[in-house]
Design a protein around this ligand. Structure first.
Ligand code: ADP
Length: 467
């Protein structure tokens, strides 16, 4: 069922209930008030009659004509009166009560003996109900007479009946008008949702560059649209990233394949000395190595993305790790004519995976050597700064332009200077470094000037040993 229908139905049901309860309560209060008014007027009349009898000295032989002439109200069409003796027999009754007897009830008699007035309702077939008051006249503690005044409830009944008809007509009218209003308002309130749905359908059809127009009022609908736009934006960005990544990856793999194919084609064109074939095969092997590295690193990153890489969490003594990597790098440096030296080394312990941290450091040191000029120097230092370990690798090589310093952590990004044929990289190493640092709740910072060298600093939180 559409939301608009549901909202209107809910609203209508609640309103109908409220109207019904309200009318019932109003009806009850009105009925009660009308009866009270009748009772009051009955009491007034009865009191007047009693006073009249008193001024006449309670004469048992009350003259009906005298009474009526002195108290004309008693003869009025809507009221009748009777005076009973204590035995319950009628002594006097007004002339307007001719049709039938209205005897004194047992309860009224008992109440009179107790000296109390009492109200009663009486109903005779085919006649409007009657309302009666029976009031005792006492003299020195004895019951002399009982004055009963009565009236027909016809006009009260009519008033209530008119009220009922009015309510029965008014409720449906009020209800239909409000339902129409509710239907209109619900439609208005939900219109932006329809617009959002349509726009979302267009976006779902494939155009991720589309955005919803956010309503002027920043209400629930506005927030929904903004959240939706935000989500589309992120989807758009990640789709773009995936497309970029795929094209980068294919490009990176294609270059070595092109080189291998070119060289192989060339060498096969005519028969050549054995050394030529050997040279081509060696060159091919180099390219194959590079491709293997790319594929390995890609595989590693995609497994890391999916959370499938296992990592230890053990205390790692960083200074011994640094010394190991330094020993390894010194040998590699000799081949490349780069000197790798240790700077200040402070003993620090961090929490994490020894192998991954080793990989991280080795990656950075290899980069430093790769992007150093021949005869250059690479320095590794380890410092402690507050609750952080700072492991820095400084080189004096090609450097990185400020604009590129953020991008070098992206997959496959390589600066133009780094693309020189002599520097064989994959563009994935720093992405892996950033991932490892992140895993250890740390980060990799870069300070660099183009042509002057770079400092990469790994910042890791220290192990807080229990005191
Ligand atoms: P690569 O395999 O190309 O070295 P990395 O992800 O390790 O890939 O590095 C990405 C890019 O960052 C490099 O291609 C290079 O442009 C730049 N870079 C990294 N380290 C250095 C450094 N020490 N000096 C200058 N440029 C660097």
């Amino acid at each position: 069922m559409p939301l608009r229908v549901r909202l209107t139905l809910w609203y209508g049901t609640v309103l109908a209930l409220v109207l019904i309860v309200f009318s019932v309560v109003l009806y009850a209060i009105t009925a009660r008030n009308l009866r009270d008014t009748v009772d009051e007027s009955l009491e007034d009349t009865a009191t007047t009659a009693v006073r009249l009898l008193e001024t006449n000295g309670f004469l048992p032989l009350i003259d009906e004509d005298v009474l009526l002439s002195q108290f004309p109200e008693l003869t009025r069409i809507d009221k009748f009166f009777q005076i009973f003796s204590p035995s319950g027999t009628i002594t006097i009754r007004s002339p307007n009560i001719k049709e039938h007897e209205v005897p004194l009830s047992r309860t009224a008699l008992d109440a009179a003996f107790a000296g109390k007035s009492i109200y009663e309702s009486a109903k005779y077939p085919k006649e409007p109900p009657l309302r009666l008051i029976s009031m005792p006249i006492m003299y020195r503690g004895n019951l002399l007479y009982i004055v009963q005044v009565g009236t027909s409830m016809e006009s009260v009944g009519e008033t209530l009946h008119r009220f009922l008809i009015l309510v029965l007509v008014a409720i449906p009218i009020a209800l239909s008008v409000s339902l129409a209003g509710g239907w209109f308002l619900a439609g208005r309130a939900l219109r932006p949702v329809d617009r959002i749905t349509l726009a979302a359908q267009r976006i779902a059809a494939g155009d991720l560059s589309q955005r919803l127009s956010i309503p002027v009022a920043y209400d629930e609908i506005g927030r929904l649209a903004a959240t939706f736009n935000n989500m589309i934006g992120r989807l758009d960005a990640s789709f773009r990233q995936i497309r970029q990544f795929t094209s980068d990856a294919s490009h990176e793999l294609r270059t070595p394949l092109t080189v291998m194919k070119g060289e192989t084609d060339l060498v096969l064109r005519k028969s050549r000395p054995l050394e030529d074939y050997k040279a081509v095969l060696e060159s091919n092997l180099e390219e194959i190595d590079r491709m293997t590295r790319i594929v390995d690193e890609l595989l590693f990153l995609s497994r890391a993305d999916m959370g499938e890489v296992k990592v230890e969490s053990m205390p790692v003594v960083l200074q011994s790790l640094v010394e190991d990597v330094h020993r390894q790098a010194k040998l590699l440096g000799q081949e490349r004519h780069v000197e790798v030296v240790l700077g200040t080394i402070t003993p620090v312990i961090v929490q994490g995976d020894d192998l991954r941290l080793r990989e991280l450091l080795l990656n950075l040191v290899e980069n430093a050597m790769k992007y150093s000029n021949p005869g250059g120097k690479v320095e590794i230092s380890l410092l402690r700064d507050g609750q952080e370990a700072r492991l820095s690798i400084t080189d004096h090589g090609i450097g990185i332009a400020p604009a590129d310093q953020k991008k070098i952590f992206q997959r496959f990004f390589r600066t133009d200077v780094a693309r020189a044929p002599t520097k064989k990289g994959t563009g994935l190493g720093l992405a892996i470094c950033a991932w490892i640092a992140d895993l250890h709740k740390g980060r990799v910072e870069v300070k660099s000037a183009l042509g002057q060298g770079s400092t990469f600093t790994v910042v890791l939180p220290l192990v807080t040993l229990p005191a």
